[in-house]
Write a protein that binds this ligand. Structure first.
Ligand code: AMP
Ligand code: MG
Length: 397
């Protein structure tokens, strides 16, 4: 039997990053920058008002107060977006809105709140400091400055900055494109009636969600019966667009093992010393890496966590590809099969530092996995583990 680590190495060796490419900002959230971003322009791009009010020469309103207001003629009205260049003549005011370009010569903006809000003339009831409420070109970003760095994960704020700089695309490590294929003649799509002996398909939607949750993209999520020709035809139809193929089912020791029967030497089928998820396979089909997971839903998702999620994220240059691992104190006695790495579903109380195993260890109990927030990792040599022991836990968040 192959160890968990060895199979992890095999899978990691198959999943490769794509060449960096420019992507539109709207598709770049969570991706990693492949190149530094140098500001092509300054921010703000021009001197502008930080308030709704009146652009003035500070000395024209120097003595203004409640008791001694100053009245000035309003020579211009400057809403945000006005593009012609204006000059403020001494002894006049320009009505100006937040973000509108400041006229040449203005040395302060008086907020509308300390005026009568006039349109033809304005009466001002407070003085102004030189520079007050004026935002200056380049005070946020100077053109030519490196503002974002290769290796950085693109957050909403980073995308906002790129947009403010006029960039429509950013050079990133692209998302991995994953084809998800579930197999089984017993499977029926949710939302349609069931015949006796049939079950609803759950792996495809679950793994597609796990792929997206890992930051990758789903090319297609398919379901086929246990028929080699249909399976191969479905695979060929989608695999050209995929960087990785994930299949579920059809890899164990019975008859009608469609995935096993569909490949020759290009895919290696092995037993991995773990529970759940013992039957596994990995290889390259027509140039595309393929990982074949077992069909039991818990096995499939645990296998995705153990073998695929980290290398998938590594191939997208994610700085933290792994789930956080923590140590926690077990609240109850547990047993584990000798010679196998066991991944039990659990509930981690991160603040209390305790973990409770949740549900039976068998691989078809999806209900428990759906309410778990962690995996307990019990080593191959562990057979009995008393309450109070320290165990390794994968925090699923
Ligand atoms: P297999 O690995 O194909 O032998 O499947 C093992 C078990 O998982 C069987 O009980 C299958 O019915 C079940 N199973 C396989 N694929 C799926 C799927 N996509 N959705 C739900 N159950 C599945
Ligand atoms: Mg099957």
């Amino acid at each position: 039997m192959r160890s968990v680590e060895e199979h992890q190495r095999v899978v990691a060796g198959l999943i490769r990053p794509r060449e960096p490419q420019p992507v539109p900002l709207a598709e770049a959230l969570g991706l990693v920058l492949a190149a530094d971003v140098v500001a092509p322009l300054s921010l703000p791009g021009f001197d502008n008002s930080a308030m709704d009010g009146y652009a003035v020469l500070a000395e024209d309103v120097a003595g203004a107060s409640e008791d001694n207001p100053v009245t000035l003629p309003v020579a211009e009205d400057i809403p945000a977006g006005r593009t012609d260049r204006l000059t403020l003549a001494p002894g006049t005011a320009h009505r100006i809105m937040t973000g509108a370009p400041a006229p040449d010569g203005a040395t302060a903006v008086v907020p509308v709140e300390v005026t009568d809000g006039g349109v033809d003339t304005v009466t001002i009831r407070a003085g102004a400091r030189t520079g007050q409420h004026l935002r200056h070109a380049g005070e946020d970003v100077t053109a030519g400055t490196t503002v974002l760095h290769a290796g950085q994960v693109l957050t909403p704020a980073a995308l906002g900055l790129a947009a403010a700089l006029g960039l429509g695309h950013l050079e990133v490590v692209p998302r991995q494109r994953v084809l998800v294929m579930s197999t089984g003649t017993e499977l029926v799509a949710p939302g349609t009636p069931l015949e006796p002996g049939q079950i609803y398909e759950s792996n495809a939607v679950m793994l597609a969600a796990a792929v997206r949750d890992a930051g990758a993209e789903v090319v297609a999520s398919t379901m086929t019966g246990d028929d080699v020709a249909t399976f191969r035809e479905t695979l060929s139809r989608h695999s050209a667009d995929a960087d990785l193929i994930i299949t579920t089912g059809g890899v164990s020791a019975g008859a009608y093992e469609v995935v096993k029967d569909s490949f020759g030497e290009e895919v290696e089928f092995v037993k991995v010393a773990m529970q759940p998820g013992m039957p596994q396979g990995a290889g390259v089909v027509d140039g595309t890496p393929i990982i074949t997971l077992p069909g039991n839903p818990v096995s499939a998702l645990v296998s995705f966590e153990v073998f695929i999620r980290s290398p998938l994220r590594t191939a997208m240059a994610q700085p933290e590809p792994d789930r956080p691992r923590v140590e926690a104190t077990l609240t109850e006695d547990l047993t584990s099969p000798r010679g196998k790495r066991q991944f039990r579903r659990g509930v981690l109380d991160a603040r209390g530092g305790t973990v409770t195993s949740y549900g039976p260890p068998a691989s078809h109990h999806l209900r428990w996995l759906a309410s778990a927030n962690c995996l307990l990792e019990l080593g191959e040599d562990v057979v009995e583990l008393p309450a109070g022991s320290t165990v390794r836990v994968w925090d699923l968040g």
